[in-house]
Design a protein around this ligand. Structure first.
Ligand code: MG
Length: 270
């Protein structure tokens, strides 16, 4: 079985400091958490940026500053930037503005769905434009699949040559509007992947621990962090470090070794 790649989803677009004061939103705070999570075993940092008011944005200049600071601090972690639909705008120009930066990976949702209070809008035109710009700049997409249809569409994109295999997926489960985070659904998602794919799972909220545990058992990889769950347990606010530590602990109990950043790069073909 492959060693376990742990992705730290540090900030996201939705959480706020009011909901959890440990949420990193400034560049310095995000870099600090990336460093801590790396030390604890995470090998990918999935990152969003916030403007001076703490609002989600896709601002290229902020992503650039973030990447430069990670490099300056010599944090040995795979960088993955969000191109998500809640980053302050929805034009192709806005969503793709950071894709000429020196990042290893970026997120790419291959379909549309609902978030609790907005549309996760990803038109065929947008998907192709984001994918093209990623490949032009040597960036590996992480396919964000919020439902099985997005896996089906990625297979079609592979056939058309718009996506290039082997693909890496994040199975995003249990957002109201996405597929529910149940063991049966996770098995179905994994069964539906194109052959040779690697995959990780984001179990949002309550589905976090069951989805993580099942992914570790199945040979998949896992994502955790304050983007996916603000609470460690009922009444106990999480920190990014606590969430990574818990994954490492579960993996250890289940006998799954944790990948170093170098090993993660090899598994993902970076
Ligand atoms: Mg994200």
């Amino acid at each position: 079985m492959q060693k376990l790649i742990i992705t730290a989803a540090l900030t996201g677009n939705v959480p706020t400091k009011e909901l959890n004061p440990a949420l990193p939103i400034t560049i310095d705070e995000i870099v600090e958490d990336a460093k801590k999570c790396r030390e604890l075993g995470a090998s990918i940092a999935h990152m969003h940026v916030r403007d001076s008011k703490g609002k989600p944005t896709s601002d290229r200049a902020l992503f650039k500053e973030l990447l430069e600071k990670i490099e300056a601090e010599k944090i040995d972690i795979i960088t993955q930037l969000s191109t998500g639909a809640r980053g302050g705008g929805n034009t192709i120009e806005w969503r793709s503005q950071m894709l000429d930066l020196n990042t290893d990976m970026a997120s790419l949702a291959t379909g549309s769905s609902n978030f609790p209070t907005s549309v996760n809008a990803n038109s065929p035109e947008l998907i192709k434009a984001l994918a093209d710009k990623m490949y032009e700049n040597g960036i590996k997409p992480e396919i964000e699949a919020f439902d099985v249809a997005m896996i089906s569409y990625s297979k079609w994109l592979l056939k058309k040559g718009i996506l290039k295999g082997p693909l890496h997926f994040n199975l995003v489960m249990n957002i109201p509007g996405s597929i529910e985070g149940t063991p049966k659904n996770l098995l179905f998602m994994v069964d539906s992947l194109p052959e040779g794919s690697t995959w990780t799972v984001s179990g949002i909220g309550k589905s976090q621990i069951p989805m993580i545990t099942l992914a570790i058992i199945l040979g998949g990889h896992v994502r955790t962090g304050l983007e996916d769950t603000l609470m460690y347990s009922k009444g106990v606010p999480a920190t990014n470090s606590m969430l990574i530590e818990r994954v490492v602990r579960i993996a250890k109990e289940l006998g799954r070794e944790i990948a170093t950043t170098e090993e993660a790069r090899e598994i993902l073909g970076l």
